[in-house]
Design a protein around this ligand. Structure first.
Ligand code: NAP
Length: 552
């Protein structure tokens, strides 16, 4: 396939496609588009490829989906040649894998590192985008693909006095590249989400004293991480065709696992407990697959939540600390469930203190302490594990202007609106990978990334074959999809939690359940049907129509 006819512009760099971000989504997008003979430029604000795995280098960072599954499936050679060392690979290994992919598929020449995309403006006369980058360039492209990641806009908490703190302050999502040594230091960690739950046990081993400031207790399931043997890797590889098929087509969350055949209330107390024990012993995210109604029925959910609360009480020796660590304000799984190594046991260490900042709130940060209502907690270093402006945050940082100069931020002021999470009406030829309205963060991200990239590649090829100028979600299809995403979410327990899925962690952010909860298999079928029906729900602009629109 030859390149799309590029717009002429003597002084401008012109590409068929600009991709924003060189994480797992951006890299695979580049690979697929180049395979179609298109000219592509990828802009990446980080100093190297890897996206979330480039930035999140905090101690203990590792994937919470098994690496044999959290890896690309598009190349059989790749999945056979790369040897994951552990069940859940640590961040440095995942970053090495990202670099290996960049080198193996020769991606680097088309990636501009250390370059942020600041703005993108759609020109209705030419049906092209002008993209402005942080190094002062303006490039044009027929298509823009946002591969900006869902959890890449690290969020600093709005706590009085934060800038007065004299020690080092770290954010887990923006960790330094040089080693950080907490030996002999008194360290404070604010936050108890997945990032804190992974880093707290590791920091506790180094620090002289660790104080964990918890606003909301979280449910965490042991990872039971181990080294992978060659036999285990081979067993996976032997079954890869079925494992990958199942993850794509049948799983709700893009993970190959045994699916439950019954609800939690279908078993008696003893059988239910035995099943939870079995899942606890297996570890990881699939704990929530013990029964098929845990996230649908509050009474069923209570049985799982009660089981985990009992486990916390068994592990944590001090009853007061155990009680504070037991979540009681949201159904289990309605916030992203955490996966840990010795998190709860860490609170048995004599050098670790848990401070409940719901009952004893942080008033301010002093030069050498976190001052809660009750006392000053003296610290030498502060770790903010306070999360991200998720799903929309990194898109919102780009000044994106579509038809009639409307900005995407204006359009999404009351919450993100997309058709299939892939496109937003009024923003032609602008695709989003794993955007709001798609399964995205509720799934094994690589499965969802590959599906979106393949769908976008096919859509662009389809347009090109027909000489089409622009593709855009229709208002009607978008309205229906947004309503559907909401309806499905509200049939579950998810909206009952103040989670980042709901935008609840960002003051002023609209409370809308952002990801699509219908499951990756169902969602894939919907996307495929839309494509099979000649992209039903999308408006295509032909050259003739474009000319008429310009003339009128
Ligand atoms: P998070 O889940 O949003 O957790 C942020 C924590 O900081 C919460 O405990 C929150 O308390 C607290 N917090 C936020 N603002 C605060 C403030 N002003 N004062 C006190 N506490 C505050 O963020 P995260 O832990 O970085 O995880 C985000 C997501 O990234 C995860 O859900 C997961 O999807 C992904 N992740 C994945 C992995 C993995 O694959 N292993 C690892 C890390 C992260 P509240 O709950 O009260 O708001």
């Amino acid at each position: 396939m030859s390149a799309l006819p590029s717009i002429s512009g003597k002084d401008l760099e012109t590409y068929d496609v600009v991709v924003v971000g060189a994480g797992f989504a951006g890299m695979y997008m580049l690979h697929r588009l180049r395979g179609q003979g298109l000219t592509v430029r990828v802009y990446e604000q980080g100093g190297d490829v890897g996206g979330t795995w480039y930035w999140n280098r905090y101690p203990g960072a590792r994937c919470d989906v098994e690496s044999m599954q959290y890896s690309y499936s598009f190349s059989d050679e790749l999945q056979r040649e790369w040897n994951w060392s552990e069940r859940y690979a640590p961040q440095p290994e995942i970053l090495r894998y990202a670099n290996h992919v960049a080198d193996r598929f020769g991606l680097r020449p088309d990636i501009a590192l250390n370059t942020r995309v600041d703005g993108a403006v759609f020109d209705e006369n030419t049906n092209t985008w002008s993209v402005t980058t942080s190094d002062g360039r303006i490039v044009t492209a027929k298509f823009v693909v946002l591969a900006t990641g869902c959890l890449s806009n690290a969020r600093l908490p709005d706590i009085k006095g934060l800038s007065d703190f004299k020690g080092k302050v770290y954010h887990t999502g923006h960790w330094p590249h040089e080693p950080v040594d907490f030996t002999g230091l008194r360290v404070g960690v604010i936050g108890t989400g997945s990032s804190a739950i992974q880093s707290v046990p590791v920091i506790a081993e180094q620090a002289h004293h660790l104080t964990v400031f918890q606003r909301t207790a979280n449910f965490s399931i042991p990872a039971h991480n181990t080294e992978l043997t060659a036999e285990e890797r081979d067993a996976f590889r032997k079954n890869y065709p079925e494992i990958r098929r199942f993850a794509r087509e049948e799983a709700r969350n893009g993970i190959y696992a045994e699916l439950p055949d019954r609800g939690a209330l279908d078993d008696g107390d003893n059988a239910r407990r035995a099943r939870f024990e079995q899942r606890w012993a297996k570890g990881g995210l699939t704990f929530m697959l013990a029964y098929n109604n845990l996230i649908l029925d509050k009474t069923a959910n209570d049985t799982a939540a009660g089981f985990v609360r009992e486990k916390i009480a068994e592990i944590v020796q001090d009853p007061e600390t155990a009680k504070r660590l037991q979540p009681d304000d949201h159904p289990i799984g309605s916030k992203r469930i955490c996966v840990d190594t010795e998190y709860y046991a860490t609170f048995n260490r004599p050098n670790v203190t848990l401070v409940d900042i719901k009952s004893d709130p942080i008033d301010e940060i002093l030069s050498n302490a976190v001052r809660t209502r009750a006392k000053n907690h003296e610290i030498d270093a502060l770790v903010l594990a306070t999360g991200f402006d998720a799903m929309t945050g990194s898109v919102a940082r780009i000044d994106i202007r579509g038809r009639r100069s409307q900005t995407l931020n204006q359009k999404w002021a009351e919450g993100p609106r997309t058709f299939l999470g892939l496109m937003s009406e009024g923003f032609p030829n602008l695709f989003i990978i794993t955007g709001p309205g798609s399964p995205s963060v509720l799934s094994n991200m690589i499965v969802s990334i590959e599906q979106h990239v393949d769908w976008i590649t096919d859509a662009i090829a389809w347009m090109r074959d027909r000489g089409l100028e622009a593709m855009e979600a229709s208002r009607e299809a978008e309205d229906q999809w947004v309503a559907h995403v909401n309806e499905v979410a509200h049939a579950t327990l998810y909206p009952q939690a103040n989670s980042w899925y709901m935008g609840a962690n960002i003051p002023g952010k609209p409370r809308i359940f952002m990801p699509y909860i219908g499951g990756v298999g169902v969602y894939r079928r919907i996307c495929n049907e839309v494509a099979a029906k000649e992209y039903e729900g999308f408006v295509m602009t032909t050259k003739e129509r474009a000319k008429k629109m310009v003339a009128s």
